[in-house]
Ligand binder design. Structure first.
Ligand code: ADP
Length: 482
């Protein structure tokens, strides 16, 4: 069992662990038991100013280091993470709630970002542009942007961090990280791993505490050249707006409202299995998870039956217990949001096709039962707003065009999924879906080597793949005459 001291120093500035100046702390709770795991330091503006200063000081040396040397540190860190996956997974489950198997999978995914960007560090190429005359030589060189402020969410407390700081560090940027208050422990562990891997002081810094104060300092401090954020569309819009003052670069991974389209030519077993995986992984608290499912009328009953049978098998419980396939939600507000969406849907005529057992007596945490809804309509919250909980609404459609119009009728544009065995249809529909990511008979698209990111109000920029590192560089154009 992993144990934490009742209080730990969680602020890491210029290579030193410290408490908040105020000595204030904040508890971290296990959402499955409601027990406090530990207290972490509650920093704010003062600590952020120092962290940015340290990151600025460290920037020249880090950015001028050979890419191979930066790569070696990231590579070592990824190896250390993999060696420690059991303990890191346990910590992640304790603070976030997801089943241990999912947590370990996330840690492995987190390590894969460090490894991928250890490799990409060596492949940041520039360009030689043929000049229109014989006198000039035109070059483009990639250079790291500078100090990066990274703000991460609680739903993937490990991989969302490495997906940002991996490419930032590989490119030669220095970083100040602000993790979600619900899940600071995975962040602390990642910083410790980087420390062990030999990251120079000041290159990566961590400030836990007051989100508004830390965020405000990121925005107002001219030395922070870029803000990379994963979280709600509301906070993302605020950061983007305020970044205008100093014309900071922003990279935003925001909310989604993913549709799944199940066509009558789909393999229904695969479609039901993956729809379940997409919706109920992390208890539905994933920005790319299915929020609404459109099913072609001719297979409506067959699909519903298969899906509901699978939903019935989900086992709600503490993620650390054997056999648990679905953990709690993160907090009381998450429960209230799911309840509100359910109430809104049923008051407008939705039918509850299945509702898992209500909170069992021995489950003290923020548990919400898996729920399947039929007879839904486009005016319900669940069909328009991110539920971020384990409620799955199903709606029948007659033809491809209608399904696509419904799928695209949203301000979000992160991920969409289709199930079909018809190749032509899969290409045709994928091209028309207004989303940054489309899954064809696939619902787990996130991986280190591929670009992840939304369009419309789901965000700006890509994380993953060679696209991910390019977010952290400026392309300098050098014109010369010979
Ligand atoms: P959620 O509602 O899912 O927690 P948020 O967008 O509120 O999504 O949180 C994502 C991250 O953004 C967290 O690290 C959170 O602390 C941080 N955050 C929330 N509000 C602000 C803010 N005003 N400035 C900077 N960061 C913020």
């Amino acid at each position: 069992m992993v144990r934490y001291d009742s209080s730990i120093q969680s602020i890491f500035v210029d290579g030193k662990w410290c408490s908040a100046y105020s000595n204030q702390t904040e508890a971290v709770y296990n959402p499955a038991t409601l027990e406090a795991i530990t207290e972490v330091s509650y920093g704010g503006q003062k600590e952020t100013i120092e962290a940015v200063k340290a990151a600025k000081m460290a920037f020249p040396e880090w950015s001028e280091l050979s890419p191979r040397k930066r790569s070696n540190i990231l590579y070592k860190a990824s190896e250390y993470m993999l060696e420690d996956v059991d303990r890191l997974g346990t910590i992640l489950t304790m603070e976030q709630g997801k089943p241990l198997k999912e947590a370990k999978g996330e840690v492995k995914g987190a390590a894969s970002f460090l490894r991928w960007y250890a490799e990409e560090a060596n492949r940041l190429y520039g360009e030689w542009i043929p000049s229109s005359n014989t006198r000039n030589r035109l070059l483009v060189i990639p250079q790291p942007i500078g100090v990066v402020g990274a703000i991460t969410p609680w739903n993937f407390p490990s991989s969302m961090i490495t997906r940002k700081i991996g490419p930032a560090l590989a490119a030669g940027c220095t970083v100040v990280l602000k993790p979600a208050p619900e899940t600071p422990l995975s962040a602390i562990e990642i910083i410790k791993i980087l420390e062990k891997a030999g990251i120079p002081k000041g290159v990566v810094n961590l400030v836990t505490g007051n989100a508004e104060e830390i965020g405000r300092e990121f925005l107002s401090n001219k030395d922070v050249r870029m803000i990379t954020f994963t979280g709600s569309t509301k906070v993302g819009k605020y950061l983007m707006k305020e970044s205008a003052e100093h014309v900071k670069k922003v990279s935003l991974e925001l909310g989604g409202h993913a549709p799944i389209l199940v066509f009558d030519d789909a393999d229904l077993d695969v479609a039901a299995e993956l729809t379940l995986g997409s919706k109920f992984r992390n208890s539905g608290q994933t920005c790319i998870c299915a929020n609404r499912v459109y099913v072609q009328s001719s297979i409506w009953e067959a699909f519903n039956e298969k899906l509901t049978e699978k939903v019935k098998e989900l086992k709600l419980g503490n993620g650390l217990d054997d056999g648990t396939t679905m953990g709690p939600l993160i907090n009381q507000q998450a429960i209230e949001k799911a309840e509100d969406h359910l109430k809104d849907a049923t008051s407008k005529g939705a039918e509850v096709l299945f509702e898992g057992e209500k909170q069992k007596n021995d489950l003290q945490g923020y548990f919400y039962p898996p729920t399947v809804l039929g007879n839904v309509s486009g005016d319900m919250k669940v069909m328009n707003e991110e539920t971020f909980g384990p409620i799955i609404p199903l709606q029948p459609f007659d033809d491809e065009k209608t399904a696509m119009n419904w799928a695209n009728d949203t301000d979000y544009g992160l991920a969409a999924y289709i199930f079909t065995e018809n190749y032509r249809r899969s290409v045709r529909v994928s091209e028309k879906l207004e989303y940054g990511i489309v899954g064809i008979n696939e619902v787990f698209p996130a991986r280190a080597e591929a670009p992840f990111g939304g369009i419309k109000q789901s965000g700006i920029g890509k994380e993953g793949g060679h696209y991910g590192i390019e977010e952290f560089v400026e392309h300098k154009y050098i014109a010369s005459s010979i």
